[in-house]
Write a protein that binds this ligand. Structure first.
Ligand SMILES: [Zn+2]
Length: 231
């Protein structure tokens, strides 16, 4: 029996977007700690504990940009991108973030390009939304077929080499402590998927973490819509 403790590094000053010279040595709009586009001021970070549903809170930031099947619009509106940028900053201010995104390549392209799934990429909108879209798609698969897809398993395994976690022996059992946001997101998602704690909202269709299988809606907003509709 393994126990997970999900953790992440959080910049105490919060996060922002800016188009500055990043660690990639190129100009790109990236998400980073406020005033620290190169992520070098490590003294201003703290390690925090994250809940089991951290993956669900993460993908929620892409709602409105990514559809419930994990498709991204070819030409997203300026407005939807601005909304996403605000929502992901809010998420990071609570859950922290990493200085890179493990991958942004859709799986089919990854096979074509023979790219490494764990290949680090800068924290651009496209790269972050790429991860969200992939996870939403895997969740969609779970709800259309009863098992975790081969694609998801393959993706997790190829990302695992970049995952950051360490085993800690405890009297109660072996505990795995993750130490960055994407490890926390991937492993918490996998755990939810295995425990069948992934649901699709009956109102907005978006996948979410549900502790109980009787859960039908993702939020108070959708719950209200549902009860209005059924009257
Ligand atoms: Zn909903």
């Amino acid at each position: 029996m393994s126990i997970y403790k999900f953790q992440s590094f959080r910049a105490t000053q919060g996060y922002e977007w800016s188009e500055t010279n990043t660690w990639t040595k190129g100009k790109a709009l990236t998400l980073h700690p406020i005033g620290d586009p190169t992520w070098n001021k490590l003294e201003s970070t703290q390690i925090i504990e994250l809940p089991d549903n951290v993956w669900s809170e993460f993908i929620k930031t892409g709602k409105g940009l990514v559809d419930h099947k994990g498709h991204m619009p070819a030409d997203p509106s300026e407005e939807s991108i601005e909304v996403f940028k605000k929502k992901i900053v809010k998420f990071c201010n609570i859950a922290g973030f990493d200085q890179y995104v493990p991958t942004s390549i859709p799986l089919l392209n990854m096979v074509k390009e023979k790219a490494d799934a764990g290949n680090p990429r800068p924290t651009t909108v496209e790269n972050i939304v790429g991860i969200i879209a992939t996870l939403v798609r895997f969740n969609h698969h779970i709800k259309t077929r009863p098992v975790i897809s081969d694609e998801a398993i393959q993706w997790l395994n190829s990302s695992a080499t970049r995952m950051d976690y360490q085993p800690v022996f405890k009297r109660s059992g072996l505990e795995f402590e993750t130490t960055n946001i994407f490890s926390s997101i991937f492993i918490s998602w996998y755990q939810s998927a295995v425990r069948k704690q992934v649901q699709k909202c009956v109102v907005c269709k978006f996948p979410y973490f549900a502790r109980y299988s009787s859960s039908e809606t993702c939020s108070g907003t959708c719950r209200n819509k549902k009860s209005k509709g059924s009257k």
